[in-house]
Ligand binder design. Structure first.
Ligand SMILES: *Cc1c(COP(=O)(O)O)cnc(C)c1O
Length: 470
């Protein structure tokens, strides 16, 4: 979470130290009466009425953006009322408490087995997997399994001399940089090159050595929504093994794509069908269609997850094995994931994801038709596309477009690509379930109506939004 350092340096530090309470609520506050002004940033001395507290917290949150107009996030912003009801039914369930809530634990197990079938695990009944708070935790766990397997193969040199490394493209999501930083693994990144915006199989294989714990491939890239060539990466690593004997496992970061490809790209081979794929993660709260925070991590077989990383604690009764960074975690998201699986089934998922892809493709096509933009992707892999200003457009840049769209409530991030394409600044649109054809039309109208002014600007106004975090 944001690491907050007191109140210094905040933009709005001049705000009043006290909360102002509408006198209308005064009668509800028996202690401080109608004129009471509880402090904003210190724990108030006295309680206040629930209705009053609710109203002003609610009012402040009203100024957050409208989640449905947020085209930056991959995370679910709309679920059916029934799913919302189920989640509020389960909000007191703690996921770790598997002995107290055995049915929640059972739903988690069923979700793992369903995903194992979906991702073609060789034996879904013996697959190993767990729910997590999201893909970031899932990726940490997968990375730790890689590191431990490598350490077990190198008992003499590690930790004395050898430094483990992990191979990835520069387009990885920040969780992989975190993993490498936190667990002291060298991140060996393959740069982008020309119009290749993700991992190159040959370049990945060339970076491997005896201290490589694994290769991360992404389905699909957060930068432009493209799928990385998982099968080609595996083939390049097969060749490497033939030449050198190095046997390097692959992890597929399917945060988004592992819930798209199985329904829309059935001919694409990217999952456990490839023997080199040791583990896969996905975000249940992205195209798994559940509100934040749930993710999933699965290992092909129990061999891929060293037993000594698994903890058994009996504080809560029972001794269910767990693999996680957190201890307590809400169980509601897991119940909601199971609900979504049984509610939609394969055919329902296919229809929902196809609709989202159709919206993305058609939107990309119509934006391209304006003539002001060059598309880097078109929503035909993840329902996500990135675009930049066309060559010859000199009066505005992507940051201007992002800023102006914000005036209409649309959040479309503008950001710079990683090495070696830092010269490229793009806009990215993430289409999700709930961003309907109708909303896409409204978005397009807003974009179109901004263009005349942007075209008549004297020059781009410059980069105001400095950094965008994927
Ligand atoms: C979103 C994303 C992550 C991080 O997932 P969270 O569920 O937000 O923790 C990791 N990898 C990729 C490719 C992503 O798109």
């Amino acid at each position: 979470m944001a690491l907050h350092k007191g109140t210094r340096g905040r933009r709005d530090r001049e705000e009043r130290p006290e909360i102002s309470i509408n006198p209308l609520y005064g009668e509800a506050n028996p202690v401080s009466g109608m004129t009471g002004k509880p402090p904003r940033r210190r724990l108030p001395d006295e309680p206040m009425a629930a209705t009053t507290a609710y109203q002003f917290v609610h009012d402040e949150l009203m100024l957050d953006g409208n989640a449905r107009q947020n085209l930056a996030t991959f995370v679910t912003t709309w679920m059916e009322p029934q799913a919302g009801k189920l989640m509020s039914d389960c909000r007191d369930k703690n996921m770790i408490d598997k002995d107290e809530y055995p049915r929640t634990a059972e739903l988690e197990r069923r979700c793992v087995v369903m995903l194992a079938h979906l991702w073609h695990a060789p034996d879904p009944d013996t697959v190993v997997g767990c729910s997590t708070t999201g893909s970031s935790e899932a990726c940490m766990l997968a990375g730790m399994a890689f590191k431990r397997r490598w350490a077990q193969r190198n008992p003499v040199s590690y930790p004395a001399t050898a430094r483990p490394n992990l191979i990835m493209g520069t387009n990885v999501q920040v969780c992989w940089e975190k993993f490498c930083n936190f667990w002291e693994v060298e991140a060996r990144q393959v740069p982008m090159e020309g119009n290749r915006f993700h991992l190159d199989p040959q370049a990945a294989a060339e970076l491997c050595d005896e201290n490589t714990i694994g290769v991360v491939t992404i389905l699909g890239s957060t930068f432009d929504g493209s799928y990385e060539p998982v099968a080609e990466v595996c083939r390049a690593l097969d060749d490497l093994q033939e030449r050198t004997g190095l046997d390097i496992p692959v992890h597929v970061d399917g945060a988004s794509g592992a819930m798209i490809a199985p329904f829309l790209d059935q001919d694409l081979v990217w999952d456990f069908q490839l023997p080199r794929v040791a583990s896969i993660n996905t975000s249940g709260h992205k195209y798994g269609l559940v509100y934040p925070g749930v993710g999933w991590a699965l290992w092909r077989t129990s061999d891929a997850l060293p037993e000594d990383l698994v903890f058994r604690v009996d504080y809560l009764g029972g001794d269910m094995p767990t693999f996680s960074l957190n201890f307590s975690r809400p169980g509601a998201q897991v119940a909601a994931q199971y609900y979504t699986f049984v509610r939609l089934g394969r055919e329902g998922f296919r229809a929902v994801q196809q609709n989202t892809r159709d919206v993305a493709r058609s939107l990309a096509e119509r934006i391209e038709a304006f003539g002001d933009f060059t598309m880097l992707s078109r929503g035909d892999e993840l329902p996500v596309f990135a675009f930049t200003t066309a060559e010859g457009v000199g009066t505005f840049d992507v940051y201007d477009v992002s800023r102006r769209l914000r005036e209409r409530g649309w959040l479309v991030p503008a950001y710079t690509f990683p090495p070696n394409r830092e010269d490229l600044s793009v806009l990215r649109v993430v289409c999700r379930n709930g961003f309907s054809e109708d909303l896409a039309d409204l978005f397009l109208n807003d974009l179109e109506s901004l263009l005349p002014e942007l075209r008549s600007q004297p020059a781009p106004l410059g980069k105001v939004v400095k950094a965008f975090h994927h």
